[in-house]
Design a protein around this ligand. Structure first.
Ligand code: SAM
Length: 269
């Protein structure tokens, strides 16, 4: 996969030289290029922002340096004989929520381009113009506001990059993770089995793989119901076993037409 990131703070992306993503780059599994937006300016001060039309606080990123940077990236790719439009991800708190399933979808792409906004964001005409050359996807990390797109890009590139074949040593470890099956992951433990008077759950020491798998699955149900009950609304409950249904019943959920339905409990009103 090839990833291009455009930012006024290219050094902000330095952590992508470390750990598994850094190794993936060294091994040639991921080609990552960081471009300085200011090198696409033409004035002495290398200006990338200006005051907003209509007034108001803050500055807005000027369109021309963005167009030049993105044209260069698309041009470089055209020279490689690419066919489909590359995806342009524009980090924005006003974008679609970035999720694990979007990370999987994007990990299938040949090229991703990230445009890191700063200040009040990028002149909207850049987004309109860019859709002629890219499939544009404004993408939010979550419902909060960061100072710039770089932190969001670090998170998205790591989430996508670790799904590329060969990046994570044991691909099995990607299977039972939070959000891989619509649930949160079960709690995990390591040695020693007794630590500060706290014991590892006995079932994990039993050697009974069937029981361990069932315990883990039921812990997923409990943890998801407690921390992220919103995820259960989309959970496919049609294949739950009787034991699974009993756990959900304890947690206050019934299975109705293959979906989980929260029972109204005393005190809910
Ligand atoms: N005025 C913008 C708004 O209210 O939607 C926020 C601009 S923010 C201060 C500057 C930049 O940070 C944005 O252009 C975007 O690149 C990035 N950013 C901020 N919050 C983000 C989030 N939750 N997800 C992704 N990017 C974000």
């Amino acid at each position: 996969m090839r990833i291009d990131v455009v930012s006024i703070f290219p050094e902000y992306l330095a952590p992508l030289e470390l750990s598994l993503i850094g190794k993936a780059r060294q091994d040639g599994l991921l080609q990552l290029n960081v471009h300085d937006l200011r090198s696409f300016t033409t004035d002495r001060h290398r200006t990338v922002d200006d005051t907003p039309y209509g007034g108001g606080a803050g500055m807005v990123m000027k369109p021309e340096p963005w167009a030049k940077a993105l044209e260069e990236i698309v041009g470089a790719r055209a020279g490689e004989g690419g066919a489909a439009k590359p995806i342009l991800i524009v980090p924005s708190p006003a974008g679609e929520r970035f999720t694990q399933s979007i990370a999987h979808e994007l990990a299938e792409e040949e090229q991703l381009v990230f445009a890191c906004g700063r200040y009040e964001g990028i002149d909207e005409r850049v987004i309109e113009w860019a859709s002629e050359h890219f499939t544009v996807r404004p993408m939010s990390l979550g419902d909060y506001v960061l100072n710039g797109g770089e932190v969001a890009v670090l998170a998205m590139v790591e989430a996508i990059g670790r799904l590329l074949p060969g990046v994570v040593g044991n691909p099995e470890s990607l299977v039972e993770e939070s959000h891989s099956d619509g649930l949160l992951e079960y709690p995990v433990y390591t040695k020693p089995s007794s630590w500060r008077e706290r014991e590892v759950p006995a079932v994990l020491l039993s050697g009974n793989h069937g029981k361990i798998a069932q315990w883990r699955r039921h812990e997923q149900f409990r943890r998801t119901a407690e921390r992220r009950p919103d995820l259960l609304a989309d959970f496919d409950a049609s294949t739950l076993t009787r034991a699974d249904r009993e756990v959900f019943a304890e947690l206050g959920y019934d299975v109705v037409d293959g979906r989980l339905e929260r029972r109204v409990l005393d005190g809910d009103a």
